[in-house]
Design a protein around this ligand. Sequence first.
Ligand SMILES: NC(=O)C1=CN([C@@H]2O[C@H](COP(=O)(O)OP(=O)(O)OC[C@H]3O[C@@H](n4cnc5c(N)ncnc54)[C@H](O)[C@@H]3O)[C@@H](O)[C@H]2O)C=CC1
Ligand SMILES: NCC(=O)COP(=O)(O)O
Length: 324
Amino acid sequence: MSRPSRPVAITCGEPAGIGPEIAAHAWAAISSDIPMFWIGDPRHLPEDVPHRLIDSPEDVGEPSTDALPVLSHVFESTALAGVPQPGHAQGVIDVIARAVDLVQTGAACAICTAPIHKKALQDGANFAYPGHTEYLAALAGVEDVVMMLSSDQLRVVPATIHIALDQVPQALTPIGLRRTIEITAQELQNRFGIARPRIAVAGLNPHAGEGGSMGRQEIDWIAPLIVEMQGEGYALTGPLPADTMFHARARAGYDAAVAMYHDQALIPIKTLDFDRGVNVTLGLPFVRTSPDHGTAFDIAGQGRANPTSMIEAIKLAWQMGQKT
Ligand SMILES: NC(=O)C1=CN([C@@H]2O[C@H](COP(=O)(O)OP(=O)(O)OC[C@H]3O[C@@H](n4cnc5c(N)ncnc54)[C@H](O)[C@@H]3O)[C@@H](O)[C@H]2O)C=CC1
Ligand SMILES: NCC(=O)COP(=O)(O)O
């Protein structure tokens, strides 16, 4: 008899947010095809969700719609929708670390993380990282990782991630941008099957600097880096004015866009495809995906959260996890 496939590990994320309910919806929608389990406190799931406790991912077995397999991680109390509790912060962090252990030992094929509330984790547990991306890099012991948001319509990569806007110009360096482009190209080849990925690189300034009259980063080092990397065989274009590189005709010309900062990358994809965007961390030794949205405290616990991005994130985690 063949061994059941390794399941996808889903982290609980912030218990006061929409994470538990969208995980439960996603399980109901796709668990007949994809084996998965949820790591968290069963008291944080919506009351009507059938679940069964498991001792390890091996107990998940074949995909089944009977009951959501739960690897229990006990928190100090029940959750109050929309109100994060400081005493829950460490549990949220520990669940992510637990999922990483399981994927690194091969017990899970991939992880899909439900949204965390960064400030709640800082306030409640002095969380030292601005997001999953940076925490996962630290847990995996890798220096350089890349955040990519992906949908059928667009893939975007911010070259700087969770930093204040006024820190962006100093944080952008030729070495850093080169690594972002290299990792993006490698992972599009290896994990997304694109033989020669076409990557469009945005400028930092309005009109990509307008010939130096609106900023000089493009002339001083972004354009020279692109030329250098083109010479090494990378299929790059840019630096492109960010305001005109995301319309439909422009998007047809590349497989991924590298932007200079968080909102330059995330506004276009969340505007085009908020419900179906998936966050994928590139450069890790394992697969991690997440929905593109956050904890949505304003609608948590009301049954209004759309689970589509979570569903797409689990599907992508599963698909990518089959190649590991
Ligand atoms: N992967 C992660 O852990 C992510 C975490 N966050 C965190 O989430 C927290 C809240 O962030 P916000 O900027 O308020 O963004 P948000 O995505 O939580 O909410 C923005 C708006 O979109 C709505 N929304 C979000 N997801 C929805 C869904 N599935 N269905 C229906 N409506 C939905 C919300 O109700 C709200 O009106 C922050 O701490 C942020 O850092 C944000 C993005 C990703
Ligand atoms: N806006 C994207 C986001 O905040 C997700 O960050 P991460 O927790 O996946 O690093």
